[in-house]
Design a binder for this molecule. Structure first.
Ligand code: GAR
Length: 213
């Protein structure tokens, strides 16, 4: 059973997908807190409805980024998560924050990184003329959208795609990807070698599909 903190700024569909997977017994985890930097985020309202420990930490109420993060870190310290899941958390973390949870902060991004980092990744992919895009779940490091990759899922970019239609199909894959990664992490059967995250079943050739020799 892994303990998850969720940080979100908006709709919260990735958070909901993680919650649904736990509720359905597909993911051995518990959500120990949901934090939003945006008080009116629909995802935060949903977390409250679900009776989860929910925290509105309005970034506008703090004069500096470190001051805001101090409050987020205080809530996290109380909740004691194993992993912190950024789920549409549209705020950069300082190096000090990242250093407080090394290889324990995850982010989901709607492109195949390192392509199209930053905002509006789906629009970037359409405008660039990419034929394939997708999503990436990665560990967060000091650089934007740049940490070691845990999983990627691809989505074809169609000729008639708009940023919105592509985003909708990528989002379906995001929900699968985030749950998939967390299921793998919950087994604890992984290691990080440089930039590469290696999962037990894929590293050890002696093991079969179900982890048995
Ligand atoms: C998702 O598409 C996620 O990949 C993106 O924000 C959306 C949040 O949706 N994140 C980023 O662009 C981070 N750079 P959600 O609130 O419904 O989970």
């Amino acid at each position: 059973m892994i303990r998850l903190a969720i940080l979100l700024s908006g709709r919260g569909s990735n958070f909901q997908a993680i919650h649904d997977a736990i509720a359905a017994g597909r993911l051995d985890a518990t959500i120990v807190c949901v934090i939003s930097n945006v008080p009116e985020a629909p995802g935060l309202a949903r977390a409250r409805e679900l009776g989860l420990s929910s925290h509105s930490i309005d970034q506008r109420a703090y004069s500096t980024r470190p001051a805001h993060e101090e409050e987020v870190l205080r809530v996290l310290a109380e909740a004691q998560p194993d992993f912190i899941c950024l789920a549409g958390y549209m705020r950069l973390l300082t190096p000090a924050f990242v250093a407080a949870y090394p290889s324990r902060i995850l982010n989901i991004h709607p492109s195949l990184l390192p392509a199209f980092p930053g905002v509006n990744a789906q629009a970037q992919a359409v405008e660039y003329g990419a034929k394939v895009s997708g999503c990436t779940v990665h560990f967060v490091d000091q650089n934007l959208d740049a940490g070691p990759i845990l999983v990627q899922r691809t989505v074809e970019v169609r000729d008639d795609d708009t940023a919105e239609s592509l985003a909708a199909r990528i989002l379906e894959q995001e929900h699968i990807a985030y749950v998939d990664v967390l299921r793998k992490l919950s087994r604890g059967d992984y290691r990080i070698e440089g930039r590469r995250v290696l999962f037990g079943l894929t590293v050890n050739g002696a093991r079969g599909e179900n982890g048995l020799p």
